[in-house]
Design a protein around this ligand. Sequence first.
Ligand SMILES: Cc1ncc(COP(=O)(O)O)c(C=O)c1O
Length: 390
Amino acid sequence: MNFDEVFERKQTNSMKWDLLKERYQSEDLWPMWVADMDFQAPQPVLDAMRQVVDHGIFGYHARPDSLREVTAGWLKKRFKWEVQKEDFVFTPGVVPAISHLIKTFTAKGDQVIIQTPVYYPFYSLIKNSERTLVKNPLKETDDGFVMDLDDLEEKMKAGARMLLLCSPHNPIGRVWKKEELRKVGELAEKYNVLVVSDEIHADLILKGEHVPFAKVNNDLDVSVITCMAPSKTFNLAALQLSYVIFQDSEDRTSYEKHLSNEFVGIDNPFATVAAEAAYLHGEPWLEALLEYIKGNVELVKQDIETNMPKIKVVEPEGTYLIWLDFREFGMSGLELQEWLRKEGNLALSDGHIFGPEGSGFARMNLACPRSHVEEGLRRLNQAYNSYKVK
Ligand SMILES: Cc1ncc(COP(=O)(O)O)c(C=O)c1O
C-alpha cells in the first residue's frame, strides 16, 4: 500500500484524465474532478481479477450466493448492521439503481425531495422519469451545513412521495448524525414518505461514524431502501456493481420484477470476484486509505488557511471530496470555474452543477497521491495570486 505511487492514467480511457479536452476544451488542466481515485485497487482484488483473466472464459455469469454472504458480512463488520442475504438486489451502479427505484415506487408527477446542493445526477434521475423535483436545501449555520428539518416537514406535508437522501452527503461531505437521521425517519413515518438512502460513500468516513438510515430507524413504520456499493470504497466504479437493500420483501419483489422486465441484472465475473476480495481482504487497505485522505485534507486546509484566506474550506467528515467556498470573490458560478481553469489550469467540479446553492463553490477530489494534491494547490495558489494582483 503505497498511496504516494503515481500511476499514469492518461490514454487509459479515464473520464477524469481523458475527457478534459471534450469537457473543458483543454488537455492541460490538472484533473481533480470526477469522483474516482488515482490509486490502484487493493492487491487481493487485482489477484482475484487476474485469476479470472487466466481462466479466460467470459461467458454468461451466474452471481454466486457467496457474494450476498460476503456483502452481509461487510455490513455487519463495518456498521454492526444485520442484513439478511435475501434482502439484497444487485444492480449495475447506484445511479441506474435509483432510476429504477423511482420508476418502480413512484408514478409520473409524484414529488421527490432532494437536499441541495447534491450529487447532480439526482436532478436528471427525477426529471427524466417525469417526476416532480422538490428541493429541501441544506441550511448553513455556524456549525456548518445541516438539514433544514422544518422545511423538510413542509415539503413532506405537501405530499412528497419519496425522499432521496445522500448519506454521507456529496458534495458537502457531511456524515449525518444518528439524531439527524432519526428526525428524518420520524418525519418520513409521519407523512408516509419512502426514503431511498444513497449510502455509496458509507465506507469513506474521516470523522464520526456512518449510521445506516435503515438501521437507526429500524423500529419505525417507515419504508427505507438503501443503495450501496464497493465502487467508491475500493475504486471499482468501472466494474459497475452495486446493491440495493430492502426492509420489505414485497417491495423487493416489485423491484426484482421491474428489473427483470427491463433485463437488468446480469453481472460480470470481474465485478463478483473483485467485490468479494475487497470485502474479505480489503479492510487494511481501506483503513490506510482513510489515513492518507485525512493527510490530504489537512494539507489542503493548511495551505488554504495560510496562503489563500479568501477561500473557505468546508471540512469533509466523509467522502474523499472537499467542498471549497469561493463566495467571497463575488464571481458567478461560471466566472469562478473559468477563472480556475484559465488562471490555475485546474479542473475542479463546478459547484453550480450541484444546484444553484452550489454556485460560488468548487469540489476538489483528494483521492490521489500527495504530489498530485501539491500540484493542485500550486495551481490554486497561482489562480489566487493572479486575482489579488488585479
Ligand atoms: C452520492 C452518489 N451516488 C452515486 C454515485 C455513482 O454511483 P454509480 O457509479 O454506482 O452509478 C456517486 C458518484 O460520485 C455519488 O457520489
